[in-house]
Design a protein around this ligand. Sequence first.
Ligand code: ADP
Length: 294
Amino acid sequence: MTPLHFPPTESPSAELHGVNLAYPKGPAVLQGLDWQLLPGQVVGLLGRNGAGKTTLLETLLGLREPQSGRVQLFGQDAQQLDDAARARIGYVPQFSDLFEAFTPDQLLAYFRSFYPRWNEAKVEGLLSRWDIARDQPIRKLSGGQKQRLSIIRALAHEPDLLVLDEPVSGLDPVGRRDFLRELVDQVLDRGTTVVFSTHILSDLERVAFNVAFLSRGRIALQAPLDELLERVRAFTGGVSELAALLARLGAEPLKRTPLEGGRERVLARLPAQADAAPAGSEAVNLEDLFAELT
Ligand code: ADP
C-alpha cells in the first residue's frame, strides 16, 4: 500500500521497524510492520476485530517479542528498558488485573510506591469526577468503573507515553466518545503521546487527531483525521484515464479496486495545496475509509 509520511527529525516516543510476529501454530499477525509515534501525537489505532491491535500494542510495549524487527521506546530496546524509561509509560490493557480484594485507595497506594512521580491531586480529582467508590473492594465495582480505575492508575504517574487497548469497551455507547475526549484532555497539556485502539469509528471523532489503520499486519495509513476526511477522494473511471488524472493532480493512490470494463475505483490522497474537490471525484467518509483500508 501507500508509503507512510512522518514529519521529520523529532525523535519518536515509540518506533517499530520491520516487525514480524506470528503466534505458535497461529496466524502471522504483524508482517513487516513499520510505525512511529511522535511526542505529543494522539493516535487512534483502528482495525477490525482480530486484525492484531492488541498484539501490536503489546509488542510496542516490549511485552511480546517479535520473531524479527526492531522495537524501540524512548530510543531504548523495548525488551530491555531501564527503570527510568519504564516509569515514563502508562498502559491500560484491554482486560485489567486489578487485585479484586483491594479497595481503589489501597490499589493506588500500592502503585504509588513504584513511581518516582505521582500526581496525587490528579488521582483525587479523577476518583471523584469519574465516580469511583474508593473504599469498597474492587470486585464490587462495575466493569466501567474498573476500567476507569485502571485508567487513573495509568495516568497517576504522568506518563510520557500512554497506551490504551480498547479503553472504553466497558462503557456504554453514549458515554464512550465523551469519556475518551476527557481522557485525552487529561494528558494533552503535558504533551503526552497517546495511542488507543478501537474498532468503533465514532470513538475517533473529536478525539483522535491522528488515525492509523492496521490491516494485513501493517499500518496501511496514518494521517491526521481531518486531513484524511478533507483530502482523500474516490475516483472512478478508465484505468489509463485515471492514471493521467491522478498524475495531473499529484494525488497519491491509496487503494485500487478493479471494476468491469477496464475501469477502476481509486482512493487517493490529494496534495495539500490542491483544489479540495476536483471534478470526477467523490468525498469519502470515515466508514468508507475503514471499509477500504482495513
Ligand atoms: P485485535 O486486538 O485487533 O482484535 P489481536 O491482536 O487480539 O487482534 O489478535 C490478532 C490475531 O492473533 C487473531 O487472529 C487472534 O486470534 C490471534 N491471537 C491473539 N492472541 C493469541 C495468542 N495468545 N495465541 C494465538 N493466537 C492469538
